[in-house]
Design a binder for this molecule. Structure first.
Ligand code: SF4
Ligand code: SF4
Length: 462
C-alpha cells in the first residue's frame, strides 16, 4: 500500500518536472530545461529506490510529506495590497504637479530646434538639460541612428520607419467632434462598455479596460508640435474627456527577447502602428454615435497611459516603470481612447506584482545602463514608486539605436501565459509565501543574466 502511494506521488512530481522541462524547451530558455531534466532524473531515481530498496520507503515518505507540507504552506492566503487596489492613486503620497509634455525627452528633441524661440524659452528654465539634449540631437535623437547596434541593417530600419509613419498619417483623424445636429445615441453604460470592449478585441487589442479619467494624469502643457504648428507648443492642455477605453497590444516574445538588437524596435514600432489603427477606428466609432472622442496614440497623447491602464484594471506598475499587464506582463504597448460617452469603469487589480518586484530585481540586474533602481521605492513629485533613471536609459538607447527592451524581455511576467506560468500567476496575489519565495526561485531556475534571443529570419540581426 505504502509502495503504491509513494509511486503515485512520485509520478505526480515526475509529470510536473516533465511538463516544466517541455515548456521550458518550447520557450527556448537556456537554463530552465536543464533544471527540469535534473528533476526528472531525480524522480526516476526515487521510483527506482521505492521499488528496489524497501528500507528506503519510510525515508522517501518523510521526504514527500515535507514537500507536501511546503506546498500546503503556499496556500496560506496573503493580505491584499491596498496600494494596488487603489489604482494609480495608490502611489500618491503628496502633492503631485501634472506632467508637462514639454519635458518628455522625445518632445524636447523634436520640438526645440536650436535657434528657435521655444528653444530659448525652454532651456532658460531648464539649463541643466541643454548639453545632454544637444548631444542627443547630434546623434540623431534619443534613439540615435536607428539599428546602430546592428550596423543599421536596412530592411529592419525601413520596417521601423514605415511603422512609425502610420500614427502620423492617422493623426488628423485622432480628435473626433460629432455633428452638433446629431443627437447622441443613448446606450446604457454597461451595454456600451461591452460593445466597445468586444469591438476593440476584434480590431486586435489584446487587453481592454475602462476607467474614469483622473485629470491628475493629463499633461499640463503641449510639448509636441506637428506640421510646423508652433503655436501649439506650450499651450495648456484642456481637461480630458471623462472616460477612457485603455487597450494593450501584445508584443511578440521572440522580437522583444532579441533586445537590445533591432527586432525589439521593429516590434515596438509595429505595435505603435497597430495601436494607432485600433484607437483611430474606436474614436471614429464614438463620433458616429454622437460623442466626442480622442485617439491617444504615438506622439498624440493628452495623458500618461501607464496610470490610466492601472486605473482601468489592466495591471500594476513594475520596478522597471512599465505596466505589468495581466497575461503578458510588460510585453505590451498601451493606447487609449478618451470619450464623453458614459461607460462602466473596471476596477484596479492586485496581481501580487509589487511584492514580487520587491524580491525579484531581475530587470535592475540585467539593465545594461543600470537605470532600474535595485533598492526600494522613492518619492518624487508626490509619487511613491520605483523611479527609472530616464537619462541613463535614453543615453543607452541612443548608443544602440533601439529602444533596448532588455528589462521588458527578462521580466518573468513576460513569459508566455501557459501552464506553469499560469499557476504562478494564480498563486501570486493569493499567497504571501509565493510572493517571497518565487522571485528567488525564478532567479535560480531561469538565471539573472540576459542573453538576446535568436529571432525569425524575416527580422534577423547581426
Ligand atoms: S523583472 Fe522582476 S523586478 Fe523587474 S519588473 Fe519584472 S518582476 Fe519586477
Ligand atoms: S530599456 Fe534598457 S536601458 Fe532602459 S531601463 Fe530597460 S534595460 Fe535599462
Amino acid at each position: 500500500m505504502l509502495t503504491v502511494a509513494l509511486l503515485l506521488v512520485d509520478t505526480g512530481f515526475l509529470l510536473l518536472a516533465l511538463l516544466f522541462t517541455l515548456e521550458s524547451l518550447r520557450e527556448k530558455e537556456p537554463r530552465a530545461p536543464k533544471i527540469g531534466l535534473i528533476g526528472i532524473l531525480f524522480h526516476l531515481f526515487l521510483a527506482g529506490l521505492i521499488l528496489a530498496v524497501p528500507p528506503s520507503r519510510p525515508w522517501v515518505a518523510v521526504f514527500f510529506g515535507a514537500l507536501l507540507i511546503i506546498l500546503l504552506l503556499f496556500l496560506i492566503p496573503g493580505k491584499p495590497n491596498p496600494r494596488a487596489l487603489k489604482g494609480a492613486e495608490g502611489h500618491v503620497v503628496g502633492t503631485v504637479s501634472r506632467f508637462d509634455e514639454r519635458d518628455i525627452v522625445f518632445a524636447r528633441n523634436r520640438s526645440l530646434p536650436p535657434g528657435s524661440e521655444q528653444y530659448r524659452q525652454y532651456y532658460e528654465r531648464h539649463p541643466d538639460r541643454e548639453a545632454t539634449d544637444a548631444r542627443r540631437r547630434e546623434r540623431g535623437g534619443p534613439i540615435g541612428r536607428p539599428g546602430a547596434i546592428d550596423q543599421g541593417y536596412p530592411p529592419n530600419v525601413s520596417m521601423i520607419l514605415s511603422s512609425f509613419a502610420l500614427p502620423g498619417f492617422l493623426a488628423g483623424q485622432a480628435r473626433v467632434t460629432p455633428d452638433p445636429a446629431q443627437a447622441p445615441v443613448a446606450l446604457n453604460p454597461q451595454e456600451a462598455s461591452e460593445i466597445v470592449r468586444g469591438f476593440a478585441h476584434h480590431l486586435g487589442a489584446a487587453l481592454v479596460g475602462i476607467c474614469r479619467v483622473n485629470p491628475r494624469w493629463a499633461y499640463s502643457h503641449r510639448g509636441e508640435i506637428f506640421d510646423g504648428n508652433w503655436e501649439d507648443w506650450g499651450q495648456e492642455i484642456a481637461e480630458p474627456l471623462p472616460y477612457a477605453v485603455v487597450i494593450a497590444t501584445e508584443m511578440d516574445l521572440e522580437n522583444v527577447g532579441a533586445g537590445p538588437h533591432t527586432p525589439a524596435l521593429v516590434e515596438s514600432s509595429a505595435n505603435y502602428a497597430r495601436g494607432a489603427y485600433i484607437t483611430t477606428i474606436l474614436a471614429q466609432w464614438f463620433g458616429g454615435l454622437g460623442y466626442r472622442a480622442v485617439a491617444q496614440h504615438n506622439r498624440h497623447y493628452d495623458l500618461l497611459l501607464v496610470p490610466l491602464a492601472i486605473d482601468a484594471g489592466l495591471g500594476e506598475l513594475g520596478r522597471h516603470g512599465y505596466l505589468v499587464a495581466d497575461r503578458f506582463g510588460p510585453r505590451v504597448r498601451l493606447f487609449a481612447v478618451t470619450t464623453d460617452m458614459p461607460l462602466q469603469p473596471d476596477r484596479p487589480v492586485d496581481k501580487g506584482v509589487e511584492a514580487f518586484c520587491r524580491y525579484c530585481k531581475k530587470c535592475a540586474t540585467a539593465c545594461p545602463s543600470r537605470s532600474v533602481p535595485p533598492e526600494g521605492m522613492t518619492v518624487q513629485n508626490g509619487l511613491e514608486r520605483w523611479k527609472l533613471n530616464e537619462e541613463t536609459c535614453f543615453d543607452y538607447w541612443g548608443k544602440v539605436g533601439t529602444d533596448c527592451s532588455v528589462c521588458m524581455g527578462i521580466c518573468p511576467f513576460s513569459r508566455p501565459d501557459r501552464s506553469v506560468h499560469k499557476i504562478v500567476k494564480w498563486l501570486l496575489p493569493r499567497s504571501r509565501l509565493a510572493q517571497r519565495l518565487l522571485p528567488h526561485l525564478d532567479n535560480w531556475v531561469y538565471g539573472q543574466k540576459w542573453k538576446p534571443r535568436k529571432v525569425a529570419d524575416w527580422v534577423k540581426y547581426s
